[in-house]
Design a protein around this ligand. Structure first.
Ligand SMILES: NC(=O)C1=CN([C@@H]2O[C@H](COP(=O)(O)OP(=O)(O)OC[C@H]3O[C@@H](n4cnc5c(N)ncnc54)[C@H](OP(=O)(O)O)[C@@H]3O)[C@@H](O)[C@H]2O)C=CC1
Ligand SMILES: CC(C)(CO)C(=O)C(=O)O
Length: 309
């Protein structure tokens, strides 16, 4: 496959670097990372080990963007720019691995070429040309369109999602074509709404939510997310969302969540695409989301005042 990874920071470099084992990959990244990858290749260290030679650029051409698959791995707040740039090319398929509900923004520009994706691999950029895998996880890809809202795990995944998943597996990535992607996206949103916001506000590792008051706040945020999902027609029971939070807390106990890392390094967070999205969608559907609203308000208060911290 001819694959473009748009926004190759931590996650995009990990996935793109591994995909370059078998496919023609172009990373759209920032300098000096792009320059180093173009000159010396990309090194994957940590829980996985690889040295590959994807192409890398800061300014993709129309030809670069006319590929079989464009993977979008920017932070959620950059999705609109990614959509705009990709729409200037002609990718056959586009799939976002970002957290938050980003596919709708991509589909507004790119139509039914858009697949939904989610990733639970852990990645950190060590420096130019080098990415660390901090956790071997799993990738899911599938359709997200309205007519799939009530699909479940027993249905068949689409052919194009199967094709993408097979291309990932060829390179050693754990990837499954998921027939019930709408539920998986909302389940991941519930996990991020609970864990990311609480750990960022309380400055604790994910494992601190195994018990005590933090656990209750995370669970409330997840339940609210499940309620909004159901109001949107996605069959996500409360217990399933809460179980997903508990499982991820146990599996990533030592992790600093991405939102906590953003707050601790003074960077903008993905609150608008996570807790903010739950609040907005809830408002549209008449579902009250007080826990998500309070956490989004607190995080936005921090964001407004972070300069000079
Ligand atoms: N890292 C992880 O372990 C995981 C991350 N995720 C999700 O994946 C997404 C990406 O996360 P992560 O990789 O950590 O974030 P990063 O910030 O490391 O990567 C995003 C990269 O995209 C770059 N970028 C944005 N716009 C452009 C552009 N127009 N042209 C070129 N490059 C651009 C950014 O550069 P700049 O900052 O200069 O704008 C940045 O380097 C997030 O939604 C995150 O929640 C999901 C699972 C795991
Ligand atoms: C799953 C979890 C919560 C792991 O830390 C994550 O996705 C994140 O930190 O953004």
């Amino acid at each position: 496959m001819d694959i473009v990874v748009f926004g190759a920071g931590a996650l995009g470099s990990l996935v793109g670097g591994l995909l370059a084992r078998e496919h023609q990959v172009t990373l759209v990244a920032r300098d000096p990372h792009a320059r180093r990858v173009a000159g010396q290749g990309l090194r994957v260290v940590g829980e996985l080990d690889a040295h590959t030679r994807p192409r890398a650029t800061t300014e993709p051409t129309h030809e670069d963007l006319s590929c079989d698959l464009a993977l979008v791995t920017v932070k959620a707040y950059d999705t609109e720019v990614a959509a705009e740039v990709l729409a200037a090319g002609d990718p056959d398929l586009v799939c976002s691995l970002s957290n938050g509900l980003c596919e709708g923004t991509l589909a507004e520009r790119l139509g039914d070429r858009v697949l939904a994706g989610s990733a639970t691999y852990g990645a950190e950029l060590v420096g130019p040309g080098e990415v660390r895998c901090t956790g071997v996880g799993r990738i899911h890809v599938g359709e997200f369109a309205d007519d799939r809202l009530d699909s479940d795990e027993d249905d068949a995944a689409s052919d194009r999602a199967e094709r993408v998943a097979a291309a990932f597996r060829e390179c050693g990535l754990d990837c499954t074509a998921d027939p019930a992607m709408p539920r998986r996206r909302w389940e991941k949103l519930a996990v991020n709404a609970g864990i990311n916001a609480v750990t960022a506000l309380a400055r604790v590792p994910n494992g601190a939510l195994a018990d005590g008051p933090g656990r209750e706040v995370a669970r409330r945020a997840a339940r609210e997310t499940a309620r909004v999902a159901r109001a949107e027609g996605v069959d996500l029971p409360d217990e399933r969302a809460v179980d997903a939070v508990d499982t991820v807390v146990a599996e990533t106990a030592a992790n600093r969540s991405s939102m906590r890392r953003d707050v601790e390094s003074g960077n903008r967070t993905e609150v608008d695409a996570i807790n903010g999205a739950v609040v907005d969608r809830g408002r549209d559907r008449g579902v009250d989301t007080p826990t998500n609203r309070t956490m989004a308000d607190l995080l936005r208060t921090w964001e407004r005042n972070r300069i000079g911290e």
